[in-house]
Design a protein around this ligand. Structure first.
Ligand code: 5RP
Length: 225
């Protein structure tokens, strides 16, 4: 099976976690996009969605799925999103698609977090995928010095095939930190959150996934944490 077929399989399996009549939180990225396409097939069963990025909101609306502003919503039954890395305790690195801050906010008000990922995302120790950190533009250099002091190699994310700095939906910038071996994700998340100028760090450890649907050659495996 190709990686896209594995992503499609977990997206399909995630439909079983959609709660009828409720608002569903929807993540960002290629796996989340497959999920949106599946959700469209059962859109009449849900009240609506909250999106974790402008791109996700646009895809949901293109399917005729209602998108609510998070400020209009008190709670979200389930949040469904991909990951760049996930451990066997449900801690994740996210933000490869630059939506980490909104993803974290939507996840924080969701009763259940269902991660959908192809099998390559399951790791023993996180950090091979560079850790994304969203920062206020004026704090970029100061934050990069502090991330380097933690032992990482920080690099500002640029627009693909260009030297222009990438700007997020929130007007922030992304620093990707390579070379970290993340043995205590909860502690590192708290430590990076304390750096002034950081908007959010793409470590989802304090609030990790509750369930992971992992796409493998042997079928979709369900990990619960
Ligand atoms: C976006 C994310 C994505 O969930 C993560 O990058 C995984 O993406 P994909 O499903 O394309 O592999 O965190 O900010």
């Amino acid at each position: 099976m190709t990686q896209d077929e594995l992503k499609q399989a977990v997206a399909r399996a995630a439909i079983d976690y959609v709660v009828d009549g409720e608002i569903i939180g929807v993540g960002t990225g290629s796996t989340a996009n497959f999920f949106i396409d599946e959700l469209a097939k059962i859109k009449d069963r849900i009240k609506g969605t909250v999106a974790s990025s402008e791109a996700t909101a646009a895809r949901l609306r293109a399917h005729g799925i209602e998108v609510y502003d998070l400020n209009e919503v008190e709670s979200i039954a389930v949040y469904i999103d991909g990951a760049d890395e996930i451990t066997d305790t449900g801690a994740m690195i996210k933000g490869g698609g630059a939506a980490l801050t909104r993803e974290k906010i939507v996840a924080s008000v969701s009763k259940r977090f269902v991660c959908i990922a192809d099998g390559s995302k399951l790791v023993g120790t996180m950090g091979t995928f560079p850790l994304p950190v969203e920062v206020l533009p004026m704090a970029r250099a100061a934050v990069m010095r502090q991330l380097a002091a933690l032992g990482g190699q920080p690099r500002v994310r640029t627009v693909v095939a260009s030297d222009d700095i990438f700007i997020t939906d929130n007007g922030g910038e992304i620093i990707d930190v390579a070379g970290l071996s993340i043995t205590d994700p909860v502690a590192l998340e708290a430590q990076i959150n304390q750096i002034v100028g950081v908007i959010a760090v793409g470590l989802f450890a304090a609030r990790g996934a509750d369930v992971c649907l992992l796409g493998t050659a042997d079928g979709v495996k369900t990990l619960t944490f």
